[in-house]
Design a binder for this molecule. Sequence first.
Ligand code: SF4
Ligand code: SF4
Length: 208
Amino acid sequence: MALSFNQKGKLVKNEDLLIKLKAEWFERFDDILANKTTALSNLKCLELCEARCCPRVGMRPMAPEKIASPVVVLLPFEMEYIMAKTGVGREVFRLWPIDLTPSLRLEIGTLDLGKPCPFLQDDRLCGIHAHNPLDCRTFPMLPSLNPAGSMEWTLGENCPSIAFLSPAFSDQMKHTWQGLEPHIPRAWWDLYAFADHWTGYPEPSHAD
Ligand code: SF4
Ligand code: SF4
């Protein structure tokens, strides 16, 4: 009995912690979106990719429903934030669990190469542009955490706009991520690094 009491106590604490973490992350996303001084990226998305999303260059002539999304990994609670702001359901994301502790699991939302991004509209613009994932807004910049725990940056090779990337935008994005970094669990960084090498997923077991 003592064991189940303790176990129950742990679960209650985990729920409280999840509620607290979610509120904190929602506040961070609010702050990021409230910043109206975001520097222009200078990327030529509409001109070079005919999109405000990132269909790869070879996909440009394809119909929107055929365009697989890039691999997008949402931050902790970013899926819940987008759901709250746009009204979309959890079923449009692929869920990838990460364990914060042996008894505390977070479900990270991803948009992957297994199917076109559900937010890509027929006009090839992002249907949730005002709330699209920070990963989308950061591309072609790709953050990573090195083994020493410091952030590093690379550029997505398949972006035809890299040469135009504004240093002011780049600095601002780095600053934004630097502010988030202390709150991002290592397991998320591992998932993000792993996702960079995904070439596609097996179909999910449930019917989409
Ligand atoms: S690949 Fe580059 S240019 Fe094309 S939509 Fe993405 S960020 Fe813009
Ligand atoms: S959320 Fe928007 S920007 Fe991101 S992959 Fe989907 S359509 Fe593109």
